[in-house]
Design a protein around this ligand. Structure first.
Ligand code: MIC
Ligand code: SF4
Length: 648
């Protein structure tokens, strides 16, 4: 990574270790963010750690996911988070203010600093030259408690952008082209670092859309240089003082390099049910579309929505299409309501939703069974929309808006050849009244306010050296955290109630999973490659922990979920001989012979499966610190035992 922008940012924050020679470093975390669907557990864990006040420069608690309040649970969770923000010195963002990543970009992101967030799309702020990393909630709680974290040194993939786009080609098309190349696992363990002459042709919000969806390639983060466009954007946000010029050295060393030629790029689309199933819009054909949704942390910027409004102006949404739009922030909505763009959308027949995640996380707008839904979002995993047999496609706001008029998937070049919509940064309206800034520390900090839906977070016990388990799930490649712990409008209100959620674990993949876990001590999950891709939700580890799962044996793991398993004391193991996976069928009993010993000495774990003579050899590839967390039965146990006195 020598000479890369990633190395420069890490070096600025370095507390110990060498980014070029070491595999793990201690770095300062300047900022954190949480949102409400992961945040309740984060603040419960902070309470368990005994923290007095955060040690970061800026921590923000956003309310944006669980805003459909069909019972008291969500509002009570919001009240709890607001009380935790006041208690621990965290800025609180009220429901209605907007989506965490859009708001953080607008209000707090600073080039050259490190941000950690309990949401997998935290890398969005990489569009502004920040190293922004998504993580499980406990890791973010730790970052707030210590103002620092252990960072596994990433590989750096250099993505060179050459040329410039045609007017109808969007930033979304750039990242879809990158995903086609890298697939949903090609970014694992890596930062995607952008460079080349094409970077200057992208505004900060366009860069943010690209950085946002690096998460879909499994990347640790994505980062853009900080240049004149960055300064302009910060100026528009009345934060020019936060500007810092940053770029890689011309001779920077990348672990892999990719080139995307913007001159020849066409509008792209991701097909069901994976963000890397990408073709051009033209190749996908004139598919009839019934629902179109524009919004999410990927594509709900002011510029995205002004382009949408310009396409819809003086036209009508096709009678067979339901079009809904959710702006990324209250400032964007206010600007559109003042300049008339909102009226153009309403007159065209769009349904205007609140500034929140909304349908992206299945909070409303589930499409009709068997229908086609075109979305500007970042994930189209099966069932995430709330309708398991809907076909969800991902595209740019331009493609979505044009298709809303024609009723079928349409290349935006049809309308956009002469339509150029500038991103009027000089006209930005800044409103920060929906943020509550915490009061100065006092000797009587405000109390936490907990509703009856808030239950304790389960804790694991240290693993035995020898124990018996049973396979309770056998799955294939690319299992998502939505598969493990589904989220929709009916389940999201229970994110602070693990016992309730546990009844729905793996619901869509295997209806008997929960029953099997309840009848078995020490459940084992067997899976293929990239297990746990997608969301950062800790619930995909905490719920299996609650159900007695002790180990996941897979060909490989997605980064955030692997950490969540370790944090929960569940062993994430890989096969020394991948073909051994075939001997592990559902209900196979497995005798583990040397777990603690093997973890302590870094040697293979021997597992004797019923019906097979030779033991299966499993490995845990991780740092010494991760081994210590596993031996303690999870990170929270370890912190409580080892860091007394350092957290307050
Ligand atoms: C998502 O997009 O899947 C979410 C909902 O934002 C998640 C967080 C969660 O599951 O609460 C994420 O991306 O981490
Ligand atoms: Fe919210 Fe969707 Fe972004 Fe997740 S991906 S933070 S649910 S808008």
């Amino acid at each position: 990574m020598k000479g890369t922008l990633t190395e420069k940012i890490i070096s600025r924050a370095l507390l110990s270790g060498d980014p070029v020679t070491d595999t793990s470093l201690r770095v300062r975390v300047h900022q954190t963010l949480t949102q409400d669907s992961t945040g309740t557990v984060v603040y419960l864990q902070m309470e368990a750690m005994g923290i007095d006040r955060v040690k970061t420069e800026k921590s923000v608690a956003y309310i944006d996911h669980n805003t459909l309040q069909t019972g008291p649970e969500n509002a009570e969770d919001h009240r709890f988070i607001q009380s935790a923000a006041a208690r621990y010195g965290i800025t609180f963002s009220k429901a209605g203010n907007g989506i965490c990543h859009q708001l953080h970009l607008e209000n707090f992101a600073v080039p050259g600093k490190i941000l950690m967030g309990s949401d997998s799309h935290t890398p969005t702020c990489g569009g502004l030259g920040m190293l922004a990393v998504g993580a499980g909630g406990l890791d973010v709680a730790e970052a707030m408690a210590f103002g620092a974290i252990d960072l596994t040194v990433p590989r750096v993939i250099g993505i060179r952008l050459t040329g410039s786009r045609k007017p109808w080609v969007a930033a979304k098309d750039v990242i879809l082209a990158v995903l086609k190349e890298l697939t949903v696992s090609g970014g694992i363990g890596s930062v995607l670092e952008y460079s080349g002459a094409g970077v200057a042709t992208l505004s900060v919000t366009e860069r943010a859309a690209i950085a946002n969806m690096g998460a879909e390639a499994g990347a640790t983060s994505s980062v853009f240089p900080s240049d004149d466009n960055t300064r302009l954007y910060l100026k528009a946000q009345q934060r020019e003082q936060d500007y810092l010029a940053l770029a890689a050295e011309p001779d920077a060393c990348y672990d892999r390099e990719l080139t995307i030629d913007l001159d020849t790029l066409e509008p792209m689309i991701a097909h069901p049910h994976s963000p890397d199933r990408v073709t051009t819009v033209t190749a996908a054909g004139p598919l009839p579309v019934q629902q179109i949704l524009i919004g999410s942390c990927t594509n709900a910027s002011y510029h995205d929505l002004m382009k949408t409004a310009a396409i819809l102006k003086d036209r009508q949404v096709h009678p067979g299409v339901n079009l809904a739009i959710s702006p990324g922030s209250a400032s964007i909505l206010e600007m559109m309501s003042r300049n008339g763009a909102l009226a153009d959308m309403i007159r065209a027949g769009a349904r205007i939703l609140e500034c929140a995640c909304g349908p992206c996380i299945g909070m409303g707008q589930s499409p009709a069974g068997g229908s086609v839904s075109l979305r500007t979002f970042n994930r189209n995993f099966k069932g995430r929309s709330g309708t398991s047999d809907a076909a969800v496609y991902l595209c740019s706001p331009e493609t979505a808006a044009v298709s809303a008029l024609t009723g079928k998937l349409t290349d935006p070049a049809v309308f956009l050849e002469n339509l150029v919509v500038p991103d009027d940064t000089d006209k930005y309206v800044i409103s920060r009244h929906l943020f509550a800034i915490p009061a100065a520390p006092s000797s009587t900090p405000p109390a936490l306010v907990k509703g009856s839906n808030i239950r304790e977070v389960p804790l694991n016990a240290p693993p035995e050296n020898q124990w018996r388990g049973e396979v309770v799930m056998k799955a294939g490649d690319h299992v998502t955290t939505d598969d493990i712990m589904p989220s929709d409008a009916s389940l999201l209100p229970f994110r602070s109630n693990i016992p309730h959620l546990s009844a729905y674990c793996f619901e869509a993949l295997d209806k008997d999973f929960v029953r099997r876990c309840r009848e078995t001590a020490n459940g084992l999950i067997v899976a293929g490659r990239n297990y746990g891709q997608g969301s950062s939700r800790e619930h995909a580890a905490l719920v299996p922990l609650y159900l007695g799962v002790k180990a996941v044996m897979a060909q490989s793991f997605a980064r955030i979920h692997r950490s969540n398993l370790i944090n929960s004391g569940i062993l994430p193991l890989t096969f020394l001989h991948p073909e051994d996976m075939a001997s592990l069928a559902l209900s196979t009993k497995v005798h583990f012979l040397n777990v603690r010993e093997a973890l302590e000495t870094g040697t293979p774990i021997q597992a004797q499966a019923d019906g097979r003579e030779a033991p299966i050899l499993l490995r845990f590839d991780g740092s010494e610190q991760e081994v210590a967390w596993l031996l303690a039965g999870g990170k929270l146990n370890w912190i409580k035992e080892n860091m007394k006195g350092e957290v307050s």
